[in-house]
Design a protein around this ligand. Sequence first.
Ligand code: RIB
Length: 289
Amino acid sequence: MKILNFGSLNIDLFYHVARFASAGETIDSLSYQKNIGGKGLNQSVALSRAGGKVFHAGNVGADGDFLVNYLQSAGVDTHLIGRSEIPSGNAVIQIDPNGQNCILLYGGANRQVTEQQIDRVLSEFVAGDWLILQNEINQMDTIITKAHEKGMQIVLNPSPFAGCSDLPLDLVDWFIMNEHESAQLAGQTDQQAILSALVKRFPNARFVMTLGGDGSVYFDGQVCHRQGTYPVEVVDTTGAGDTFTGFFFASVAAGKPVPQAMELAARAASIAISRMGAAPSIPTLQEVL
Ligand code: RIB
């Protein structure tokens, strides 16, 4: 069974700050680091480090070879990544002293996906294969519709949330998202009301809600399972959700029960937040075990 991740690859520009800049203000940063990231790339790295056979599809510019090389060295198949004349996507990331972040995105090459590319990519996959998606590339509606026609299992991480409500969400098999994205999707704020609204609106889907320091919850209308976190010193939370997503779905795709997959994913995400950076902070399976 193959896992296709059709998603972003970003150059992450990290700035440590005493506090986030506000409107109209110029502040000094305490440090700068250029790093490897993108929700798509991070999730592919996590899927692969967790033991999944992962194919990454997407686009980079002439400045993005090091992103592709990094994926390759993490064991990800990169032959479906295209080259664009537009620069690679990038993210300007402020990190505060508590390890919390504030991210500004430039889509760049990530937003150059064409219908022709989608057809070429999907022709290598069959019914039962997994498709993992985030919301940092264009043509999301076409990818979801065509993958569903093929009978692929579709996982959506609706992040960033903007525009997700307009996607053909009834075709999604699994949603994995944080509390804010869950609230936006459900149109509710209280956690119990969110769960009820989601199950009512998408009766055939399964949901995983990540709750930061409060852990995570799985629900599908019948079963509800909660998972805690492992206490660590927080250095940088960037990419923690991507680490959780990759470890969780590599385990579920390999046939592991949901509680086991959630526990492994929680351990991996805890390790990730104890280190700096997005992709480079993602542990290997051996380390997690
Ligand atoms: O989820 C973390 C990622 O979000 C960062 O690596 C950054 O590139 C943004 O896409």
